[in-house]
Design a protein around this ligand. Sequence first.
Ligand code: GLY
Length: 371
Amino acid sequence: MERTVHVPLEGRAYDVVIGPGLLQDVGRRIAPFLKRPRVAVLTDETVAAQHLETLRDGLQAAGIEMQALALPPGEATKSWPQFTRSVEWLLEQKVERNDVILAFGGGVVGDLAGFAASVLRRGVRFIQIPTSLLAQVDSSVGGKTGINARQGKNLIGAFHQPTLVLADTEVLGTLTTRDFLAGYGEVVKYGMLGDAAFFAWLEENGPLLAAGDMAKRVEAVARSVQMKADIVVRDETEQGDRALLNLGHTFCHALEAATGYSDRLLHGEGVAIGCALAFELSSRLGLCSQEDPSRVRAHLKAMGMKTDLSDIDGPLPDAETLLQLMGQDKKVVAGQLTFILARSIGDAFVTADVPKEAVLSVLSDALAECQ
Ligand code: GLY
């Protein structure tokens, strides 16, 4: 059932291994990358409570020693204080230039640990062991690392590719339904942005993989990672095509800011709602058929996912304010907002040529449904 996706970046190529039970075998898998049998692990308290013993046993089976630092779970950890704490802890553990750090957790841990690895002793290697669906299909692959600033998310960071990614799909079994579906928002994004056949496969198989079908989980993660790898190899530092991965994200970032980056809206939920809005906008601009946004929304709803603004608990600001929040996005170039729009499901493109009025009307209509 195991699958390997190779990321062929010149001089920094690596494998993403996907399958159930990788943790039990982690020592044997990472041993070829170690100069000495010792690793430092950055994780969070939730993942540590559920899976750290399995990781420790898997390492011990190959005679590898580990020290671990468990950070508080949640987005607030992607901050200077926790970053400083992590880097100082790694230095206290006497992590050397040739050592390897393990990032064992979801997107928060992966981004923070990767950034710590990028600056520690001017750069040490790190291995991603993503434990959330979102991290397995997106954030653990491609080398974007970083933390949040007061001014916005992910504004401080570095490109630093991992040495190996081990995505153990068995671990997904301990996720809450909400977290699993939030990660699924990123899975379905790949179908919407570049692979209509994958989207159709998800329409058929999404409910089965959500219910726990392991072969389908492996297939969905592997296809997502393959698409991400292809895009990252074409455009590692996001000069062009990599921005396609941000389908739904311009809307999502505004919604996350409007809900205070809180539990009211998880990132993957915002991505799903943002994708539905991006298809609505594309349809209104005459770029894609009217059926496409309906099909996107129908699949998200069939999966029991947040789909519309009305699915977000609590009040939202008006359309003008949401548009202003989009202006804080990293993708603003020379004051111009960039959108990822679509010609059809599976055919997205990047454009800065979007009339503000069209965005406002999509948002106003979506907000009107909340009343
Ligand atoms: N998550 C978007 C990217 O890696 O480019």
